[in-house]
Design a protein around this ligand. Sequence first.
Ligand code: PFF
Ligand code: NA
Length: 458
Amino acid sequence: MQQANAKKGSTRWSNRFAYILAATGAAVGLGNIWKFPYIMGENGGGAFVLVYLLCIVFIGVPVMMAEVAIGKQGRHTPGHSVSDVAKASGKPAWWGFVGWMGVISGYLILSFYVVIAGWALAYIFKAGAGQFGSGDPKAVANLFAGLTGNGWALLGWTSTVILATVLVIGKGVKAGLERAVSALMPLLFVILLILAGYAASEGDFGAAFHFMFDPDFSKLSINGVVVALGHSFFTLSLASGIMIMYGAYLPEGVSIAKSSLWIAFFDTLVALIAGLAIYPIVFANGLEPGAGPGLIFQTLPIAFGQMPGGRIVGTLFFIMLVFAAFTSALALIESSVAWLVEKRGFSRWGAAFAAGFGIWLLSLGTIASVAELPISQFAMPWGKSDFFTMLDYFTANIALPIGGLLIALFTGWVANKGLMAELIDAKAVFRLWHPVIKFLAPLAILLVFLQLTGIIQL
Ligand code: PFF
Ligand code: NA
């Protein structure tokens, strides 16, 4: 076994359960707990949630199956795996760029992901130390501004997150990644349930339920639809190299269809519960649902300061957020590390530190755009705070949907149909999956984009 693992392309998750846990750890992250609640708030609630759910089921799950299948066939890093599937289908190897695009998107996303994860880490200590006080909105706003305005503090928290990621990923897929995820994910689910129970008993659950599940389509813009589509990729870790890479470690005999459904189910469940844990508190305290990226850092602490037991609950909340972010950061860096080992002859530890150092350098762009660093005036010639906003918008709403479109087109039109049928286990599932990946998913993504650019109006 030891020997087999040393051979290239032979690393595998321990079993089906370990794979589902690792992939769920990759999926459940800041996207569910930080991003989903605030973009839902910005885009009007119920109608946005409905479109988001449709995107998950009809586009996200089929694309996830496609990516895992590619990884399982190639057993290499994403670019190489897509090339392999192309070659096995008698098509040119340059199709590998589809995998490469994902790895690059994932790397760019990680560069701001670690900064937000750093905010969450800092907030564990602020909550624990009782710094939300009695929940005075002004004091809480100052606390957030004090953190995000302090470039050196952000640099410290961000560097800590990156270092922790490097130290776990350097140990390898099984001894590092799989072990960390097996410990953190069960804890995350326990904390989430405690929080949801607390919110249901202490907050305005009815108002939150109405906000999230009563669709009002007059509140949904075409940009909101694009955000929902982009977020369905973001939240499921698609088009970012992750699911191709995790598929490369898939043990034999695991159903790609069933495991993908479980992963999407858990991810959606966590996002919805996070919404149902956060919005009752938001509404019970008369807070603003459209507060943007600061929602859980600026509005929730007001409530934590005012509610009974808020200090403990607040601390638990940010611990959960850090666990979720951390297991996703591990996933976001894995493809780059594996590539350095596979193609550039790095040791696992060397690759982990090299990839981590690159992320650290890139993260300076995001830090310098929210706070003042000595490089701020060079990094942001077009004005402060734009780099982060642009990077987030570009990666989530453009790079991920286009990456997903390319995966769908590649597996639907380029890859050999017989080969895909073999990979997507059950015959009945394949017959359902193939027309979706060939026609429905690409068409839906294209329609949304053409709408956005104003080329067509539905
Ligand atoms: N899926 C994780 C989240 O929702 O936070 C992490 C993530 C992976 C985000 C891949 C974006 C991405 F492209
Ligand atoms: Na997610």
